[in-house]
Design a protein around this ligand. Sequence first.
Ligand SMILES: O=P(O)(O)OC[C@@H](O)[C@@H](O)c1c[nH]c2ccccc12
Length: 252
Amino acid sequence: MNADEMAPEVRSILAAARDRGGGDGRVSVDPRSLADAFASAERDGRVPLIAEVKPTSPTTDGERRGDPVDLAREMVAGGAVALSVLTEPDHFGGSVETLERVRAVIDVPVLRKDFVLDEAALDVAEADVVLLIARFLGDDLEPMLAAARERGFQVLVETHTRAELERAVAAGAEFIGVNNRDLAELEVDLDTFETVAPAAPESVTLIAESGIHTIDDVRRMRTAGADALLVGSAIMDGDVEQNTHRLTHARD
Ligand SMILES: O=P(O)(O)OC[C@@H](O)[C@@H](O)c1c[nH]c2ccccc12
């Protein structure tokens, strides 16, 4: 995807990410297992769900107030087996400090959600899982995957097309996300997961990301092969614990 095919908001996000720089020194993480978290949800009949602490976004009106640590606690109380915390400050209202506070008081795996474009950006924060977006990394995906693993991170590789998913598989990704939101118009279409998922081999753990709001959406993504789901807005909006509970108990 050329820069001019991306939504202006996305171009602005990437420019900010390039300016932000990296951490000093190299992080070394002893991660909480994401695979174990998903397996434990399956064992007790819950939908494996990563709930996202997302104060705002380029496609959200306004900002969610309230202490992110309290929101994170409500998500876990509602049955989320893992959390995603935005650390992007300029467009999503996130912060590294929030991630660190959440991870310090909550014992489920925590995903760092950001636009990590180079190795130094991996050293900004410890997390159990780090997101790498195939679209933005191009040929750097494989070396970045290796760099993240050397530091102890588990990696979620985000894709949006079959070609990207195939690249993620070839690079050795174990956890692959399919983002239902496109980066050109920022529009959500749940067909995306349904179209891309069949290209994944059995060995990969597939996560459906974005645009999941209702129990029917959960079932639809599970039927299409989602091993787990990543949900932000539908949980952040309203009663966080109740929202999470509704979606994690959407078994048929
Ligand atoms: O709020 P939603 O539609 O449930 O989406 C959550 C998550 O998938 C979305 O925030 C997201 C997917 N990929 C990203 C990359 C960076 C920042 C954010 C994201």
